[in-house]
Design a protein around this ligand. Structure first.
Ligand code: GLP
Length: 244
């Protein structure tokens, strides 16, 4: 299902409402989380609901999509840091229930294996929040990544390094690799909410939703997902044949 909202604010409210309903229905929800600028408004809404005592996060279990390789949890651009600052530090989540790949792990292969195992042991991801890269990636599954992939180390595409350099002092500071859930790992989530906002996502959104299913646009696999809600603002939807 594709839902088009007038603007980013409405998109964030819509996504937060769906997450709220899922948590109210299952207080020990296994929630897959994304970083980047797109989900920030959604996280703000969730924090607000927590402050108003509408939402209790004490039993939810989270798995983040990815982390930069080489960045420690207290590096200001790490996804650990992002999550603490933008969500976890503001809600009553049990730290033991938080899972984010460790960018400084010595044995990365073992970490990837263990991450998959932890997801399985939690019973699988009930609800996965996703953004999309301007090259059509989900997580850090760049063009060319196998659609069967599981948690692995990924080399970032040049365009992603450029996109994400806005968060770093200089482009050279952006790590070249990351640990990411694989395309198949993401696809196995029972329910997915894909968010995209702004004109710079319009091409990727159109290719992902209306183009062929291909490893060149890893988000395109989502066309096959049985339970996905895509929430777009008007700008991100502007290149869709059906809605643009
Ligand atoms: C990064 C993340 C993705 C995210 C994408 C889009 O590359 N690994 O998970 O979806 O950026 O980010 P933004 O929301 O900032 O456009």
């Amino acid at each position: 299902m594709i839902v088009i909202k007038e603007n980013y604010d409405e998109l964030s409210k819509g996504a937060a409402k769906l997450i709220k309903e899922a948590i109210l229905e299952k207080p020990n929800l296994v929630l897959g989380l994304a970083t980047g600028s797109t989900p920030l408004g959604t996280y703000q809404e969730l924090i607000q609901m927590h402050k108003e005592s509408i939402l209790d996060f004490s039993r939810i279990i989270t798995f983040n999509l990815d982390e930069y390789l080489g960045l420690s949890a207290n590096h200001s651009q790490s996804y650990h840091y992002y999550m603490k600052k933008n969500l976890f530090g503001e809600i009553n989540i049990n730290p033991e229930n938080i899972h984010i790949p460790d960018g400084t792990a010595k044995d990365v292969k073992a970490l990837c294996r263990d991450y998959e195992k932890a997801i399985q042991e939690a019973g699988g991801i009930d609800l996965q929040i996703l953004g999309i890269g301007s090259d059509g990636h989900i997580g850090f599954n760049e063009p060319g990544t196998s659609l069967d992939s599981r948690t692995h180390v990924a080399k970032l595409a040049e365009s992603t390094i450029r996109d994400n350099s806005r968060f770093f002092e200089k482009k050279e500071d952006v790590p070249e690799s990351a640990i990411t859930m694989g395309v198949q790992t993401i696809f196995e989530a029972k329910k997915i909410i894909l968010l995209a906002s702004g004109e710079n996502k319009a091409t990727a959104v159109a290719k992902a939703l209306e183009g062929p299913i291909t490893s060149q646009i890893t988000a395109s696999i989502l066309q096959r997902h049985p339970n996905i809600i895509v929430i777009l603002d008007e700008k991100a939807a502007s290149k869709l044949k059906k809605y643009g």
